[in-house]
Write a protein that binds this ligand. Structure first.
Ligand code: SAT
Ligand code: MN
Length: 589
């Protein structure tokens, strides 16, 4: 391994080591040999467990503290010098104060342990999109997970030695003190400090912390966007390729949509779906005036429960080797893993996510935590697109916003323009899931699915979206979907999963000006007959229900949006205008 010769990097590492006082500092070179050695240490201490080498080669099992199983938004802060720059939707503290508080917690925090220095890249090294970081951590779980989720090692050291900017990431003390847990961003210093957690979203600092919170801050400054979006490639039977980005809150099916299996009818016609990304998109305007997206990650950190041969066979195949499973159940007979809805054959001789003996056939308790996860290399995915590996960006035809709503939101509608689409994104709502600490199933506003991830004032973020629209001569069309509408019996009406392709195809036809629509107060909606329901057990009545807009429900929605907006003292005029138009349209229903 070439030494790090960039003195800014070395001075910072030295300073962090002086504070955290590890026994030793070890640079990660990204080689299999080194990662194998480090893995052996974690197996020896029992921090991680090796799984069945035949059935799940290279796979590991890991368990976090039971109180540390999801992102913790209350303990996640954006520390800008001015409070208004963090905005009303972020937790904030003055950087001087926060650094002082954290320095005390980090003081000697790595005593008796090794500090691993992980040089990593978000995006393919050397591309226009790539951003570099170094994460210092005393957790082997973090080292091995970062080696899956990001590109690590020598090529990044070369970039650092050539003087590249980098994000300074510090993490320590996985699983120790729940009450002193902090995930703190200092965007003006390009710095992230995280302590007392081991949960992915809080500690794999390239992911939500860098790629979204710091990323969105940098994006605003540098004229690009960092978004909580999947990227899907649809290849039509005539060979035409289309790319769609989709923003959905955590645990609302992004991974499933990104790896969608077309229904047989469409498969036979020749439709192919490929995956470019499942969680994060970085977007830049190309010379041709279109919007280009990359997935800056190198792996998937997906929700395990609910993943099965039917719902997402591609995700399941992706996890069959070199994957880390966190907080799922274990089958002690054959040393494999299990989670709810994996199959109908839970282990009798098992261990639940807490490590207690568990009989899946008789127990009424869940075996896996609802937010248990797999950390799997993107290259394992049977549908991974070639474009993922070049990292040069794919031209986006459509952006889809969506949430989890039992009522109110129709199956799909198209916004009337880019600016109107920005309004639609800003007014997004979803029922909360187990991906973040707190109550599940409560409707909350989550603009662009970014409420937990926007690294600056959200009204400036809306303005940035409006400004980006002005830079494009051919912006993507913006849509809104809701796969989760329920009937009188509280059952989902729309089948979801692979059948979502039917809705995507209507969108693409709209992008090409080849599909009809009716204008409603929300936007343009398909007529029931515009959605291809061949081979689908769904009648026109169901589709009507899925597309219906109820006046009273929407009057309440409007109140909710008004209340949500009231915290912002500056909203772009374009948003206010679109909101006024919605109010008028709903009154006229
Ligand atoms: O925990 S993560 O933030 O990485 C995943 C998610 O909640 O979207
Ligand atoms: Mn996510």
């Amino acid at each position: 391994m070439t030494m790090v010769t960039n003195e800014t990097v070395n001075n910072w590492v030295r300073e962090m080591a002086e504070m955290t006082k590890p026994d030793e500092v070890v640079w990660i070179d990204g080689s299999d040999e080194q990662l194998e050695e480090i893995k052996k240490v974690a197996l020896k201490t029992g921090e991680m467990i090796a799984l069945n080498e035949e059935k799940l080669p290279g796979c590991l099992y890991y368990r976090t503290n039971p109180k540390d199983v999801a992102r913790d938004e209350k303990r996640t802060l954006i520390c800008t010098r001015k409070e208004e720059d963090a905005g009303p939707t972020n937790h904030w503290m003055a950087p001087v104060e926060m650094y002082a508080k954290l320095r005390k917690l980090f003081d000697g925090s790595m005593k008796g342990r090794v500090m691993y220095a992980i040089p990593f890249s978000m995006g393919v090294v050397g591309t226009d999109f790539a951003k570099y970081g170094v994460e210092l951590t005393d957790s082997i779980y973090v080292v091995l997970s970062m080696a899956i989720m990001t590109r690590v090692g020598q090529p990044i050291i070369d970039k650092l030695n050539a003087g590249a900017d980098f994000t300074k990431c510090l993490h320590s003390k996985a699983q120790v003190n729940e009450k002193e847990k902090y995930i703190v961003h200092f965007p003006e210093d390009n710095t992230i400090w995280s302590i007392n957690s081991a949960y992915g979203g809080n500690v794999l600092l390239g992911k939500k912390c860098l790629a979204l919170r710091i990323g969105s801050f940098l994006g605003r400054k540098e004229g690009w966007m960092a978004e909580h979006m999947l990227i899907l490639k649809i290849e039509a039977p005539n060979g035409e390729k289309h790319y769609v980005c989709g923003a959905f809150p955590s645990a609302c099916g992004k991974t499933n949509l990104a790896m969608l299996t077309p229904p047989d009818y469409f498969k036979k016609m020749g439709y192919k779906i490929q995956t470019v990304g499942d969680d994060i998109s970085w977007l830049r305007v190309g010379d041709d005036g279109r919007l280009y997206a990359v997935n800056p990650e190198n792996g998937f950190f997906g929700v395990a429960p609910g993943t099965n041969e039917k719902s997402n066979p591609n995700a399941l195949k992706t996890t069959r080797k070199n994957t880390i499973f966190t907080n799922v159940a274990r089958n002690l007979d054959d040393n494999t893993v299990w989670w709810e809805k994996l199959d109908k054959n839970p282990p009798e001789n098992g261990e639940d996510w807490l490590g207690n003996p568990w009989n899946g056939k008789t127990s009424t308790e869940k075996g896996a935590h609802p937010n248990s996860r797999f950390t799997a290399p993107a290259e394992n995915c049977p549908t991974i697109a070639d474009e993922f590996f070049t990292g040069e960006g794919v031209p986006i035809d459509a952006i889809v916003f969506g949430g989890r709503r039992a009522k109110a939101e129709p199956l799909v509608y198209q916004s009337k323009s880019w600016d109107h689409g920005v309004f639609v994104g800003s007014a997004m709502t979803s029922e909360t899931t187990a991906a973040a600490k707190g109550q599940v199933g409560v409707v909350r506003h989550d603009p662009m699915a970014m409420i937990p991830f926007c690294g600056y004032n959200m009204s400036d973020y809306f303005q940035h979206w409006i400004d980006m629209g002005k830079k494009m001569s051919d912006p993507p069309k913006i849509f809104h979907v809701n796969w989760f509408r329920t009937d009188e019996k509280d059952e989902f009406i729309w089948p979801g999963f692979g059948d979502n392709l039917r809705v995507l195809l209507w969108m693409l036809a709209r992008c090409k000006g080849e599909a009809d629509a009716v204008e409603t107060p929300l936007g343009y909606e398909p007529r029931p007959e515009d959605i291809d329901t061949t081979d689908l057990d769904l009648d026109a009545e169901d589709l009507k229900k899925l597309l219906a807009i109820d006046k009273e429900t929407w009057q309440d929605e409007i109140k909710g949006i008004e209340e949500f907006y009231s915290q912002f003292d500056k909203l772009p005029d374009e948003i206010n205008e679109a909101f006024d138009a919605l109010k008028k349209g709903v009154e006229a229903l």
